[in-house]
Design a binder for this molecule. Structure first.
Ligand SMILES: [Zn+2]
Length: 61
């Protein structure tokens, strides 16, 4: 799992890109980059220190 600081924050998991969606308190939500266009429901929850809380890395593409 890697992050990129180019532009907005990006999370790369198994070749899929996740865009940071903000979050609540210490939690950060990441949605698949195709969520808006293709309705992919893959989502990852992390803490600010990038500890993975929840990983639903299931894609429809
Ligand atoms: Zn996806």
């Amino acid at each position: 799992m890697t992050t990129s600081q180019k532009g907005r924050q990006l999370l790369l998991v198994s070749g899929y890109r996740f865009n940071r969606q903000g979050g609540r308190s210490n939690k950060v939500y990441w949605k698949c980059s195709t969520h808006a266009q293709r309705g992919c429901r893959a989502v990852i929850h992390t803490l600010e220190d990038m500890t993975v809380v929840k990983c639903m890395n299931v894609h429809n593409h």
